[in-house]
Design a protein around this ligand. Structure first.
Ligand SMILES: [Zn+2]
Length: 268
C-alpha cells in the first residue's frame, strides 16, 4: 500500500514538474497556457510520446525529435526534483503528523491529511516555478504569486488558522520587504519580492516558520553570494535574484520548521 501510494505521488510530481516547465516557458513568452506543447527551437508540435516526463528525455537522448537540437537539462531536472520533493513531503507528513499512533488506512480517511498534503505539495510546486523563473529571467511573475497567495489563504482557513493571523503575517512580510525596497531605493530587491513576501506570509501564518523561511533565505543568499565572489564569478554589488533564495527558504522552513519550533519550545 505504502509502495503504491509513493509511486502515485512520484508520478504526480513528474507530471506537475513537467507542467511547471511548460508554465515557466509560457509565462516568460506571455503565451496562453492552453494549446499543445512545442519545441521552443523548431516550433514543431510535440506528440504525446515526446512529452512523457523524464522518459521522453531519456529515449530522445536529450534531443528534439524533429530538429535534433539539445533540450535544456532544466526540463528533466525540474521534473525529477519536484517528484522527489513530493515523495519527501508525503513521507514526512505521514511521519510527523500521523503514523505514530494510527494505521495508514485510518489516516487516508481523514480530510485533514489531504489538506496538509495539498498544502505541502503546492508549496513545492509554486516555489519550484518561482525558483527557476527568477534564476533564469531575474523576474517573479505576479501571475504565479497572486493566485498562489489566495490559494494558501483559503487552505489555511480550512486548516483552522484564524483569518487575521494570516493577514497579519502577510502584512508583516510585506512591510519587511517593502521597507528594504524603500531603503535601498529598489536596488537591493525588486517589487516582485514584496509580493513574494505576501505569499510567504500566506503560506506561513506561524511567525516562527515565516522567520525561519526568511532567515534561511538570507543565509543561503549570503553563502552563495560569498562563494561566487571568492571564486571570481561575481563582484561586490552584483545582484543575486532574491526570489531564488526565498523559494529555497520556504521549502527549508516547511521541512525543518516544525523541528525548529519544537526545539524552541523545549528551550524556554
Ligand atoms: Zn525541435
Amino acid at each position: 500500500m505504502m509502495f503504491l501510494l509513493t509511486i502515485i505521488i512520484l508520478m504526480l510530481g513528474l507530471s506537475l514538474g513537467s507542467f511547471a516547465n511548460c508554465l515557466i516557458w509560457r509565462l516568460y513568452k506571455e503565451e496562453s497556457i492552453i494549446g499543445r506543447s512545442y519545441c521552443p527551437l523548431c516550433k514543431n508540435t510535440l506528440r504525446w510520446f515526446h512529452n512523457i516526463p523524464l522518459l521522453s528525455y531519456i529515449f530522445l537522448k536529450g534531443r528534439c525529435y524533429f530538429c535534433h537540437k539539445k533540450i535544456s537539462w532544466q526540463y528533466p531536472l525540474v521534473e525529477l526534483v519536484v517528484a522527489l520533493l513530493f515523495v519527501l513531503f508525503f513521507w514526512r507528513l505521514l511521519d510527523f503528523k500521523y503514523l505514530a499512533d494510527e494505521s495508514l488506512w485510518l489516516i487516508l480517511q481523514k480530510p485533514s491529511f489531504y489538506l496538509y498534503l495539498i498544502r505541502d505539495l503546492v508549496v513545492v510546486w509554486v516555489m519550484t516555478i518561482i525558483f527557476v523563473f527568477d534564476l533564469r529571467y531575474y523576474l517573479i511573475s505576479n501571475f504565479v504569486v497572486w493566485p498562489a497567495s489566495i490559494f494558501f489563504i483559503i487552505i489555511n482557513l480550512f486548516l483552522g488558522v484564524i483569518w487575521w493571523q494570516i493577514l497579519l503575517s502577510m502584512a508583516v512580510a510585506v512591510a519587511f520587504f517593502g521597507l528594504q525596497y524603500l531603503l535601498t531605493r529598489g536596488h537591493g530587491l525588486g517589487e516582485g519580492d514584496i509580493w513574494l513576501g505576501a505569499l510567504l506570509g500566506a503560506i506561513f501564518p506561524e511567525w516562527s516558520l515565516l522567520i525561519t523561511a526568511i532567515l534561511s533565505a538570507y543565509l543561503a543568499g549570503t553563502i552563495v553570494g560569498l562563494t561566487l565572489i571568492i571564486s571570481g564569478h561575481k563582484s561586490w554589488g552584483s545582484k543575486l535574484p532574491l526570489g531564488v533564495f526565498l523559494a529555497i527558504g520556504a521549502i527549508l522552513a516547511l521541512i525543518w520548521g516544525e523541528n525548529i519550533v519544537q526545539y524552541y519550545l523545549h528551550l524556554f
